[in-house]
Ligand binder design. Sequence first.
Ligand code: NDP
Length: 500
Amino acid sequence: MVAEQKVFKMKGEMNKRTDEKILNYINGELCAPLSKLYLENYNPALGEVYSYLPDSDERDVEQAVEAAKKAFPIWSGYSIEERSNILMRLASLIEENLEFLAEVESIDNGKPIALARKVDIPRASANFKFFATAILHASSESHATNSQTLNYTLRQPIGVVGCISPWNLPLYLFSWKIAPALAAGNTVVAKPSEITPMSAYILSKLAVEAGFPAGVLNIVHGEGPKVGASIVEHLNVKAISFTGGTQTGATIAKIAAPMFKKLSLELGGKNPNIIFENCDFEKAVATSVRSSFSNQGQICLCGSRIFVQQSIYNHFKQAFKERCSLLKIGDPILEETQMGALVSKAHFEKVLSYIDLAKQEGGTILYGGKPVKVSGRCANGWFVEPTIIENLAYDCRTNQEEIFGPVVTLTPFENEEEVLAMANSTQYGLSATIWTKNLNKAHRIAQKIDAGIVWINCWLIRDLRTPFGGIKNSGVGREGGWEALRFFTEPKNVCIETND
Ligand code: NDP
């Protein structure tokens, strides 16, 4: 933590293009935290501080909630077309700044710039467009009870809502919450992860340019237990949409539930990737490389437990290992890089500690398992090899706990029954992938598997209209499409008798 008065030394390319000090966005203004204190923000590929973010506290949250409360009657009173137009303007501004935002995201998070350019930033813009247009087509139910009685449902915005998001897909997930919340007519107090705050800061500048009325969107930066908790605890914040770890989700639920807040919790996963002998082998191998190591394995939907039918186990193992050895690890800002840095030193150490644990549990490292020393400017960055481990029991800690890094395990299985039992053995139930050409089998497994999302012969194809979320300890509620608009509105039943 540093005092505001300190003169900071600029480091790296980034500072030529963005501000060194990130600001909060409250009541339409970009402003310093009331504490005047800042936290260090790291470039994980370099392993060094490159900017500073507000160390905000409950006083900044108070101002943000106050502004959001004041703005609510104005924003919710806008016509649907007016709200839609402003959100579309923000989407266009994201598109116009795609290159810059991709660079920002890559530097802040350590992800390959090619991934940010192709996935993260286009998706952030798509999130705003999707909900800006969804509200133009939304309708609510009516129930004609009999010839004299009609029930209809009003879908009304809730008021001030809190949106809290993680570091792995910073702008992608931040906008996935903010967009439906605003589209539905709510005003928002949002907190991005303290570990990757930069793209949310750029978003606040774009929101100013898009012409949001003051207080409609407020972004408060800082630490989770301080800023995040203040949002969750605030009496005037009526709903919380949270994406992050299961433990944090439980802490939030404990506070919010007795206050009867609406809660949407998108939490951790330990997703099975099931490969049957009669699959399209080449496609299963190639896609499994992506589903294991995209974004350095830091996607909640990555398939970190790979189950392979015994008859093709050795063949798969060899082919998978070969494909992984071709992955280009290095400076995320280079176009050709396929795997960048892990997001922070703490996370880097956590991932390495799980690789040690796997060894202690009797696992064999089939590939990787070590930090990577990248030459040149990234010599001190937090890089880990894509790591494949086998010979572990399905119920050991390595196979049960979320690692959230470039580490996967391979486990052979004999039949459907056995693989289902192993796949369903964790506390999680976010997503699952099934590889088979036998459609009956695919449907059977899809029905029985503990997951909110099942991909058959593919991975990470997303249609924003579909319900997104997990079961068991992977979360409560669903995002996406009407599910999100339903979450961010209260249904009110109106019953009218037409007899005079
Ligand atoms: P965390 O749970 O640590 O943090 C998520 C967000 O919550 C951050 O903004 C964090 O702030 C904030 N936070 C932390 N403590 C509190 C608190 N007490 N009250 C309110 N807010 C708090 O998760 P990570 O950022 O480490 O993200 C990784 C996790 O997210 C993984 O478990 C992953 O599976 C999950 N995830 C789930 C997804 C899904 O859709 N199901 C999608 C993507 C990720 P700060 O960063 O400042 O600590």
